[in-house]
Design a protein around this ligand. Structure first.
Ligand SMILES: O=C(O)CCC(=O)C(=O)O
Ligand SMILES: [Fe+2]
Length: 369
C-alpha cells in the first residue's frame, strides 16, 4: 500500500493531451464581490451561466490550494488505508431508503447486462457539523475531522454565501434572501464527499462509454473541486450538445441544481451532466473527486419565490408541483424521495421503469444519455 512520502502531499495526475470538445464556460471571479458594482457584474454573469450553460467556474474564493490539496490527500488516504470491512461498518442504515451519510460501496448498479459489469464508484459523505448529525467515522477520517469541519464551513462562508447573494441580486431579491434559506447552523442535508471512481480496462471503457448517465443534482449548488481526470460532461441548455468540462487551475466547478430550479419555477435551470469514461491517456488511473452538495434547510417548502420581480416579469410563477396541483414538497421530502430513487440497488442501465420513475406525485425523473 503506498505511503505518502510527505504528510499531506497530493500528486495530481497529468492532464489529458487529447483534443476534447471542451465547453466554454463563464468564470465568476469573487475578487469582484467586495463592491456593489462588482456584485452586480457577477449577478449578470451568473444568470447567463445558470440559464444557458449549466456549469460555471468560481475563482479567487479565499481558500488556499494547499487546503484543497489536503482534502484530496485525506480522501486518497481514506480509500488507500481503510479496509473494506471497516468501510462497510459505515454504510448508513437505510441506504436503500435514501440515507446517504457515510460510506456507499461500489457495485450497486449494473452497467452492462451481458458482461455483468457493475459500477466502481465509492462514496464517503460527511454531513454538516452544526450538531444535527452523528459523526462516527473510520480512523482515516476521524483523525482529520477538525480540518474537515473547518474546510466544510469555509465552503459556506467563502463560496456558497457569495453565490447565494449574487443569485439573489440577479433575481432582484434582498441580498440575504437565499443566504437565509441556507445558513450553516440550521438543519439541511448538505455534505462533503470524497468520491472514488475505480478504473476500468480500455476494453471495458469501450463497451461502457459512459460511467454515469446524465442527471440533475437535487440540491442548490454542487461544488466540484478541480481534479485532472477528464470525465465530466455537461449538456448545454440551449443547444442540447454534450461537451467536456475542462479542469481549470485554482477554480471550483459549480452547477445549479433542482431545489433552485423549483424555487424559481424553472428560471434557474438544473444542470444536466454525466460522467464519461476518461480519454485514453487517463484510463490507467482511479479518479478521485472532492465535492460539496449544498441544499436549502430541510423545512424550506419548494414553492416558487413570489417576491422576485424578475420571476414575475418573466412569467416564472409556478413550478411543476404548483402547476399540477400536487402537494409542494419540503426540501427534506424532496431530498429523500430523490435520493431513494438515485440509490436504488441493482438497477440495470437503460431500464425505462427506473429511468422515468415517478418519485413524488406530480414528478417523474429523467435520465439522459
Ligand atoms: O464526478 C463528477 O465529476 C460528477 C459527479 C456527479 O455528478 C454527482 O456525484 O452527482
Ligand atoms: Fe451530479
Amino acid at each position: 500500500m503506498p505511503v505518502p512520502v510527505e504528510l499531506g502531499a497530493y500528486n495530481y495526475v497529468a492532464e489529458t493531451k487529447e483534443d476534447l470538445d471542451w465547453a466554454d464556460l463563464v468564470t465568476i471571479d469573487l475578487s469582484l464581490y467586495s463592491t456593489p458594482e462588482g456584485r452586480k457584474q457577477l449577478a449578470h454573469n451568473l444568470i447567463k451561466a445558470v440559464r444557458e450553460d449549466g456549469f460555471f467556474y468560481v475563482k479567487n474564493f479565499n481558500i488556499s490550494q494547499e487546503r484543497v490539496n489536503r482534502q484530496f490527500w485525506i480522501g486518497k488516504q481514506f480509500y488507500e488505508t481503510t479496509p473494506l470491512e471497516e468501510k462497510l461498518k459505515h454504510v448508513p442504515e437505510g441506504l436503500d431508503n435514501g440515507a446517504f451519510n457515510g460510506y456507499v460501496p461500489a457495485g450497486r448498479r449494473i452497467l452492462d447486462v451481458e458482461s455483468g459489469l457493475r459500477d466502481r464508484v465509492e462514496v464517503y459523505n460527511i454531513p454538516k457539523f452544526n450538531g444535527d448529525f452523528k459523526h462516527a467515522h473510520p480512523p482515516a477520517i476521524t483523525e482529520h475531522l477538525p480540518e474537515i469541519e473547518e474546510f466544510a464551513r469555509s465552503l459556506h462562508s467563502e463560496i456558497l454565501d457569495p453565490l447565494h447573494t449574487i443569485l439573489a441580486i440577479a433575481l432582484e431579491l434582498p441580498e440575504d434572501y437565499l443566504r437565509n434559506l441556507h445558513t450553516y447552523e440550521k438543519k439541511s442535508e448538505d455534505h462533503l464527499r470524497y468520491m472514488k471512481y475505480g478504473k476500468f480496462s480500455p476494453e471495458e471503457n469501450e463497451k461502457l462509454g459512459l460511467w454515469g448517465r446524465g442527471h440533475t443534482d437535487l440540491g442548490s449548488f454542487t461544488l466540484l473541486f478541480r481534479q485532472p481526470v477528464a470525465a465530466l460532461q455537461i449538456r448545454n441548455h440551449i443547444t442540447g450538445e454534450w461537451k467536456w468540462v475542462k479542469p481549470q487551475d485554482g477554480t471550483v466547478t459549480v452547477n445549479t441544481c433542482d431545489a433552485l430550479n423549483l424555487l424559481t419555477a424553472g428560471y434557474v435551470r438544473s444542470t444536466i451532466h454525466r460522467v464519461h469514461s476518461p480519454p485514453k491517456d487517463q484510463q490507467h488511473v482511479d479518479r478521485l473527486g472532492l465535492l460539496y452538495f449544498s441544499r436549502p434547510h430541510n423545512d424550506v417548502k419548494l414553492a416558487t419565490i413570489k417576491e422576485s420581480p424578475v420571476l414575475q416579469r418573466e412569467g416564472f410563477t409556478q413550478n411543476a408541483f404548483e402547476a399540477s396541483g400536487n402537494p409542494v414538497p419540503t426540501m427534506e421530502e424532496w431530498t429523500f424521495a430523490k435520493q431513494k430513487w438515485q440509490r436504488t440497488k441493482n438497477v440495470v442501465r437503460g431500464d425505462p421503469k427506473f429511468e422515468t420513475a415517478q418519485i413524488l406525485p406530480g414528478w417523474n425523473e429523467k435520465v439522459y444519455t
